[in-house]
Design a protein around this ligand. Structure first.
Ligand code: CAA
Length: 256
């Protein structure tokens, strides 16, 4: 069995499932290589409009695989170049929804934070417990988490390694929505379906501007927004969307 399972639910929504149940979906190198390959391919697949990533009932992912790291030295870790494997996920232009049940810890929490929307089950648990095994987050945990929840909530999680519940994560801005455990995947897929009905160029521009804008000055970010907004007025989908509104009918978007 492969470490990840990829299922095209219809031509527009793809479900990516982490599949190392015996290791609580710990992210070993093989899994990350497969994820990188998968996200590179999905980024280029013109049919795909939304990606849902999930684990199983016990774990989204319990972190990087500690068994593969325990004996490593710093030069070996440097040569592993893990950032190159995270890149295709981080730079994926399609919306990503993480459907989280169970543990999302360390690299698992970081993987969830690569998504654009996080749907969590009531019993999901989030955390950056790296400090408890003598290290610190290395895939965005100090940065994406701080941007999502602010310094004081992030520091508490990072410095104590304590897990937080899905409700706490939602209250602090780390999770988009909490639903009963057995509804997580359905809710994520429902949102994915909804996004596939939106104009793809607008979807892509929104994702690009939100991600690029959060690290720019407000003035620069607002300019990025303005330019993307203006650009969309040359799309067929803008004419279709506004035309359909005025004609009181449902729009049908073509992605041009
Ligand atoms: N790496 C490797 N194996 C892991 C793992 C991990 N991160 N997390 C769980 N497993 C394995 C366990 O070793 C165990 O396997 P065996 O049966 O072969 O011993 C199996 O999954 C089940 O785990 P537990 O028996 O520990 O299950 P539990 O229910 O008692 O505890 C848990 C669950 C609290 C999540 C506990 O497994 C745990 O603390 N895991 C480690 C969490 C962690 O520290 N994550 C951060 C890793 S470092 C990192 O992520 C850095 C980075 O990205 C750069």
């Amino acid at each position: 069995m492969s470490e990840i399972l990829i299922e095209k639910l219809d031509s527009r929504v793809v479900l990516v499932k982490l599949n190392r149940p015996d290791a609580l979906n710990a992210l070993n190198i093989k899994t990350r290589q497969l994820l990188a390959k998968c996200f590179s391919a999905l980024s280029e697949d013109k049919e795909v409009r939304c990606i849902v990533i999930t684990g199983n009932a016990s774990a989204f992912a319990a972190g990087a695989d500690i068994k593969e790291m325990a004996g490593a030295g710093s030069i070996e870790m440097l040569l592993r170049n893990m950032n190159l494997l995270w890149k295709p996920v981080a730079e994926c232009p399609k919306p990503i929804i993480a459907a989280v049940n169970g543990y999302a810890l360390g690299g698992g929490c970081e993987l969830a934070m690569h998504a654009d929307i996080i749907i969590a089950g009531e019993n999901a648990k989030f955390g950056q417990p790296e400090i408890r095994v003598g290290i610190m987050p290395g895939a965005g945990g100090t940065q994406r988490l701080t941007r999502a929840v602010g310094k004081y909530k992030a520091m508490k999680m990072l410095l104590t390694g304590e897990m937080i519940s899905a409700r706490e994560a939602c209250d602090m801005g780390l999770v988009s929505e909490v639903v009963p455990d057995d509804e997580v995947l359905n809710r994520a897929l429902q949102l994915a379906k909804k996004i596939t009905l939106m104009p793809p160029l607008a979807v892509a521009q929104i994702k690009e501007v939100v991600l690029a804008g959060q690290d720019a000055s407000l003035e620069t970010a607002l300019m990025l927004e303005r330019k993307a907004f203006q650009l969309l007025f040359d799309s067929e989908d803008q004419k279709e969307g506004m035309g359909a509104f005025l004609e009181k009918r449902k729009p049908s978007y073509c992605g041009r």
